[in-house]
Design a protein around this ligand. Sequence first.
Ligand SMILES: Nc1ncnc2c1ncn2[C@@H]1O[C@H](COP(=O)(O)OP(=O)(O)O)[C@@H](O)[C@H]1O
Ligand SMILES: O=C(CO)[C@@H](O)[C@H](O)COP(=O)(O)O
Length: 470
Amino acid sequence: MNSNDEVLVAGVDSSTQSTKVMVCDARTGTVVRTGRAEHPDTTEVDPGEWWSAFTSATGGLLDGVAAIGVAGQQHGMVTVDDGGAVVRPALLWNDTRSAKAAADLTEELGGPQAWADAVGSVPVASFTVTKLRWMAEHEPELADRVARVMLPHDWLTWRLTGGDPVTDRGDASGTGYFSPAKGAYRTDILTQAFGGRHPELPRVLDPAEAAGHTPDGTLVSAGTGDNMAAALALEIGDGDVVVSLGTSGTVFGVCETPAADPTGTVAGFADATGRFLPLACTLNAARVLTATARLLNVELAELDRLALAADPGAEGLTLLPYLDGERTPNLPEAAGSVFGLRRANMTPENLARAAVEGMLCGLAAGLEAVREQGISVRRVLLIGGAAQSQSVRTIAPMVFGVPVAVPEPAEHVAIGAARQAAWALAGTPEPPAWQTDVASRLAEPTAGDAEQGERIRQRHLESRALVHNV
Ligand SMILES: Nc1ncnc2c1ncn2[C@@H]1O[C@H](COP(=O)(O)OP(=O)(O)O)[C@@H](O)[C@H]1O
Ligand SMILES: O=C(CO)[C@@H](O)[C@H](O)COP(=O)(O)O
C-alpha cells in the first residue's frame, strides 16, 4: 500500500500541565507527527486557555487527518451559560477548596458506603460534584447562571463539533453524579449538590460512537478521561496495572465488574471500552521531583544521579510528599514532612532518594488498594512524565515489589485518544489492533529488593500515621 492510502487520526491529551497531540497511522498506530503547548500553572483555568493550547499544539498538524479524539484531565468543573459562554474559570481536579463540600455531601447521602453504592466512588475535593456544591455555596449568583456543566474533554469536544455537548462513560464516572454500574446519570445527586439547580449534562456516548464532525468534516470521537485513554493505548489486560506519574500519580487496572470501595481509596471509574477502571490517585507525583530538584538547585538528570548514589532507604530519611495537600489519603490540608534527619544522613543524595521513594510509596499504597478491589497485579506499566526519570525506573520495582515495565516512551494518553478516533472511524465492534510494546523493558525486583522495599513502605506508613493519624 503506498503512502497515499495512509489514513491519519489525531489524539489530543489536554492534561494538567500541557496539551499534547499525536497524529497516527489509523491502521498501525505508528506516530507520524507530534505537537505540544503548555497550560497555565494554576488550579483554576479559563477553558479558553485549553483552546489556545489546542490550536497552538495542533497548528499545521491536522492536514489530512480523518478523525480526532480528545482525552482530558478528569473531574474539572466547566460551567457554561445559556449563550454558551463560560461562567467562571474551571476548577481543576487538584483544586482542594471543595474539601468541606466533599465531607458535607458524603454525610448528606448517608455516608461513604451510600456513595460507593450510588456512583462507585466516595467524593473527595477532586470530584466535580463537590466543586458544584462549593460554587452553590460561595458563588450563588454565578451558579444561577449555569445552564450546562461539562468536563474539560467534553468542552473541547463541543468546541470542535459545535453540536450538542457529549461525553463518554469513562470521564462521566469521575463527576460523582454518574453511576458506572448502571451507565446512567444520578441527576438527583447533582441537583441536591447544586442547591436545587438542574444544569444540562452532556449526552453519554458509547465507546466507539462519534461526537460529530468539525466544520471541515473531520470526524470527532467521544473522547474520554486521560487515564482511560492511557488504558486504551496500552490495551491493558488481566495482571496489568498502570502507574502514571504526571501531575497526579495514578494506579489503575481494567476489569469486567464495577468497583465500589467504601473506604474511598479506590474510585470505581468506567473505562473507555465498556469495562471498568478502578483507580487510586495521589495529588503529588512528578512535581515532587521537580520541587526537590529546585530545592537542591539541580537539573532533573542530576537529581536522578543523586538519588541513585544514595542507599535504599536513604539512611533513614523519609519524605511524606504532601506538597499540594493530598487526595489519597484524603488530607487536603496536609503539607509535606521529612523524618529521620541526622547530621550524618542530611545529604543531597539522601534527600533526592527520599523524594523518589516517598512519591513511589504513595503509589505503592494505591497498588495495594486496587489489589484489594480484585485487580491482579503481575506487572506495573510505568507511564507519565516522571517515568522518564532514571531513578524512578530503577527504584520502582523495589518499592512496588513487582516487575515494572516502561512502555516505549510516548504520550500514551494522546495515543489512546487517537486510537479511539480510529475506532470511531472504522465503526468496528473492537478498537483497531495497534502495535503496543510494553514487555520488552521489564525490570524485576531482586530478592534483596523485596526486603528493602517492605522496610521503605513500612517506614512511610509509620511516618504517615505519626503525623496524620491515617
Ligand atoms: N526525566 C524526568 N524526571 C522527572 N520528572 C520529569 C521528567 N521528565 C518530565 N518530568 C515531569 O513530568 C511532568 C509532566 O508529566 P505529564 O505526564 O505530561 O503531566 P500531566 O499529564 O499532568 O500534564 C512535569 O512535572 C515534568 O517536570
Ligand atoms: O484526577 C485524576 C484522576 O482521578 C487525575 O489523574 C487527572 O485526570 C489529571 O491527570 P494528569 O494531568 O496528572 O495526568
